[in-house]
Design a protein around this ligand. Structure first.
Ligand code: C5P
Length: 398
């Protein structure tokens, strides 16, 4: 399954290092070309020979060891890798990469890699919760580094909490997902809505929201990268659309509704990321409204709910929506999923740091029809987009 793929596994010095043996073994069984780099401390937990015997490649432990070919090695492995997996990733390696430090073979390879890099953190729960570690994770996620969330439970140090290495099976499943993405949307047509809408009050004023368009544009870009044919219906934003998409710029919710309803039929997948205004002004003043009394009342009327309308006519198209919430995240998201007849909803607590409007990262939960739920850790919006697209494909296959 992974024939022709090169995976570099970076093993750090934590008790979970022994679990990396199973990760390497599973990757090898899937026919990946696996190379292991161990930090100095990792060698105290597992012998390099163990990894060498499984992956059938030399295990790199020291950049300055004889023969001195470290520069060739780090460049070649960093260039050759289709994926670098750091498992277990200690607070130390996360901190080093976040701080731009490359002082051993593993940190150097990570810094020089062109491929995606997946960190699988495992450490004491207090260490994992440490705000410095969390800030480092956020910073790296922002730069596109991928993270798996540790499991919660009893740890080697005797305490119980969040910090356990996830099961090697789950790690390898995620690796497969990342490596199999290449062109899995070829032949599929995807319609994405993005950005805010503007509801005019008079010729100079409007009602809108803080949506930056980043999440929707990231979905469009990810789908293009995976070979989809993409139409992006976007409200007014200040970012450039990804090249290759058919872009239709709209302003109000009604404009967006008309554009989407006109074209949805020819699409296989529809992802509604736009933050559409629920209400518009009952009448738009032709002239600029003048300042007069102490209060001003504007009457609003309901906008069409594009997602809900699509839900009624979607047939077997896959419909994905977003649920940006400030409270009762899951309750609101689950009821919208049903109400709008969506196949999946992306629940997004916009009050959390690192999530929501304007920022480059997001923290979301993917809830599918039927109730299954995936809680994602903080990720760049591009990586959230890829996870959404992964799940859409899994729904299509069912
Ligand atoms: O009900 P709420 O606005 O929170 O629903 C959010 C989801 O519905 C998003 O996917 C959004 O794009 C979509 N939506 C829509 N038309 C509206 C309001 C929301 O398509 N008028």
């Amino acid at each position: 399954m992974l024939k022709g793929k090169t995976v570099v596994v970076g093993v750090c010095g934590g008790i979970a290092a022994y679990k990396a043996v199973e990760v390497v073994s599973r990757l090898k069984k899937l026919n990946a070309d696996v190379h292991v780099i161990m930090t100095k401390n990792a060698e105290k937990f597992v012998a390099p020979l163990t990894f060498r015997s499984i992956c059938h490649n030399p295990v790199i432990t020291d950049m300055f060891e004889e023969p001195k070919i470290w520069d060739i090695q780090h460049i070649s492995l960093a260039q050759k890798a289709d994926l670098v997996v750091v498992a277990p990733a200690t607070a130390n390696i996360i901190g080093k990469v976040a701080g731009g430090i490359a002082d051993d073979m593993l940190s150097t390879t990570i810094m020089a890699a062109h491929s995606p890099v997946l960190f699988v953190p495992a450490m004491n729960d207090k260490m994992y919760e440490n705000p410095i570690v969390q800030e480092n994770i956020q910073k790296l996620a922002l730069h596109g580094y991928l993270f798996m969330e540790p499991d919660t439970g009893l740890m080697a140090c005797g305490t119980s909490g969040k910090g356990r290495f996830p099961s090697p099976e789950r790690v390898v499943d995620y690796v497969k997902e990342i490596l199999m993405r290449d062109a899995d949307y070829e032949g599929l047509k995807i319609l994405v809505t993005a950005g805010p809408t503007r509801e005019p009050i008079d010729p100079v004023r409007y009602i809108s929201n803080h949506s930056s368009g980043k999440m929707g544009y990231a979905v469009a870009k990810a789908a293009l990268e995976r070979g989809a044919c993409v139409k992006l219906v976007t409200g007014p934003v200040n970012i450039a659309p990804p090249s290759g998409a058919e872009v239709v710029r709209v302003s109000s919710a009604v404009d967006m509704y008309n554009e989407v309803m006109k074209s949805y039929e020819s699409f296989d997948v529809i992802v509604m990321v736009a933050a559409v205004a629920d209400y518009r002004c009952a009448s738009v003043s032709e002239k600029k409204i003048k300042k007069s009394g102490e209060t001003l009342t504007i009457e609003l009327v309901k906008n069409p709910d594009i997602a809900a309308e699509l839900g009624k006519v979607k047939g077997d198209r896959i419909l994905v929506g977003f649920s940006a919430e400030t409270d009762n995240l899951l309750g609101n998201a689950v009821s919208k999923l049903a109400l709008k007849n969506m196949d999946m909803i992306v629940a997004n607590d916009v009050t959390m740091e690192g999530a929501g409007f304007g920022v480059d990262t997001n923290i979301v939960k993917l809830i599918k029809r039927g109730g299954s739920r995936i809680d994602l850790p903080v990720m760049s919006k591009e990586n959230v987009a890829h996870k959404i697209l992964d799940e859409v494909l899994s729904i299509r296959k069912r």
